[in-house]
Design a protein around this ligand. Sequence first.
Ligand code: SAM
Ligand code: SF4
Length: 330
Amino acid sequence: MDLKPIELVDTYDRAFPYLRLSITDICNFRCEYCLPDGYKGSGKPNFLSLDEIRRLVTAFAELGVWKIRLTGGEPSVRKDFNEIIDLISHVPGISNTAFTTNGYRLAKNAKSWFEAGMRNLNVSIDSLDRQMFHKITGHDRLPDVLAGIEQALTIGYDSVKVNVVLLKGYNDTALEDYLDYIQKRPVTVRFIELMQTGDNLTYFKKRHLSADVIRDQLLDRGWTQNIRVNGAGPAVNFTHPDYQGAIGLIAPYSKDFCLGCNRLRITATGDLRLCLFGDIGIPLRDLLQHDDQKAELQIRVMKQLDYKKSSHFLAQGETGLIPNLSSTGG
Ligand code: SAM
Ligand code: SF4
């Protein structure tokens, strides 16, 4: 398929064909590092409507974006989730529809989401031990989530990935569990270093550790680090001939992580974020009210790219605007 040339390029020559769109910041889980006390809404939710989402995605697709990931909060809590999938998958130019989920509704809905046009899934599973999963997320749902993945594999999603936030003392010695899981399943498990956000400093200090601990274990077990493809995003991937699945490492604190940045983000209320940890939110919603505002919207987005910084400066403790990842979408 011919892709439209990407017009979203920043001053460091990074291109942005990938948009992460948060559609809600509501979540039903209570992950210790994200929403330990559960979702606390501030007033009546006012998330982007279907029409606003259509205008936004259409404008970005015309600038060369071809991949959209829906995220949140938990995106599947939205009652119009199927309509959102249907809408984005029919926008001309969008060839890759993805979403990140805690998986609580996956077993029930994997088929209808696929039929609506969803093709790529990232499911968060921080432990394959039922009790530990319960402890981390506040929900005893591991069997349901795993059943959902089996459904998705049977249905034939293009890709199924599992996100694991690496947590010292919880899952840093659990690599073997995940390797057993992917030996006969075409699933990529991605270990993500815990990131510091506005709300989680104490937790971060206690549980953060470098993804090098997983890298070392993989190399010891004969896994091979794949050559990075240009524009492939920040994950470093490993494969092994005896395994159907793969392992990815996402290490935001590593040197040069931001060189591979290929994504922009939109919050559930329509602000553009140039970086997950950026300290500016650029409101776009005023330009999502009528179809004839598209050109103005595109100009605003293009101009803002000049302000995208080279790096997130997380290592210096700068967490930008976000109290936790549910508010911007991880
Ligand atoms: N609720 C969905 C889920 O959990 O998959 C989607 C939103 S969640 C914010 C997206 C991803 O960000 C999840 O894989 C989650 O584990 C991860 N995440 C949340 N807070 C994080 C943090 N402080 N550091 C690293 N990853 C985090
Ligand atoms: Fe919810 Fe996802 Fe945050 Fe967990 S990580 S509390 S599932 S938004």
